[in-house]
Design a protein around this ligand. Sequence first.
Ligand SMILES: Nc1nc2c(ncn2[C@@H]2O[C@H](COP(=O)(O)OP(=O)(O)OP(=O)(O)O)[C@@H](O)[C@H]2O)c(=O)[nH]1
Ligand SMILES: [Mg+2]
Length: 227
Amino acid sequence: MSSVEIPVTADQGPDAALIERARRLFSGRVDFLLSAPGLEFIPDPAVPEVAFAGRSNVGKSSLLNAITGRKALARISVTPGRTQELNFFEVGGLPGELPDFRLVDMPGYGFAKAPPAVVERWRQLVREFLRGRVVLKRALVLIDSRHGVKQVDIDMMRMLDESAVGYRLVLTKADKVKASELAAVHASTLAEARKHSAAFPVVAVTSSETGLGIAELRAAVLADAEI
Ligand SMILES: Nc1nc2c(ncn2[C@@H]2O[C@H](COP(=O)(O)OP(=O)(O)OP(=O)(O)O)[C@@H](O)[C@H]2O)c(=O)[nH]1
Ligand SMILES: [Mg+2]
């Protein structure tokens, strides 16, 4: 994996101090708060939030677990499309008090055989959440390294562009592809990012399995929550 040539400039990577601060913060309090099947169930917008979006089975829950260093914080599904609610997690602060920020595991999209009514319900929930959530600082859009950016990902990116929610693209499951394939999918994903008004012109490369890129992404999430 270290032989992959992925262009990184000095100002793109979080510094060592931020990585260490993020590690410490995430080794403290990280709690599941609630699972919201509709907007009437979401918590008060009291603290900053960073949301995780991506196709069903892309590895959202696994990445959340890796970033928070918890084995089973977010449920890892065997059946694609299991996370159909907005799941909120609290990070930092003291139990019983407001956390420093929250992470939001968004329901996966693009799973095969979903009835149109389910897709429409998903679209409404996500769009209204993105448009109305003033505390939402950033989103991460996860892309499977084996598949690259699909039309459903572009649809998601457009919803974020329209809501003016800034987002990072994150390649998941990097351990599943060869170095040459990883370099190619990184380049094509970066090219797509550059077409979108709210996307950062950087693409993170991660594996929840091997830990590749996790410390850096954790630091980026902390920086996003603090903007
Ligand atoms: N090899 C490898 N497998 C992974 C990685 N991340 C996730 N997986 C596997 O991919 C499958 C889906 O992972 P999840 O984390 O449940 O994906 P999700 O995006 O939360 O899925 P939904 O909630 O159903 O939308 C599981 O079998 C994971 O074990 C990774 O970095 N490497
Ligand atoms: Mg999930």
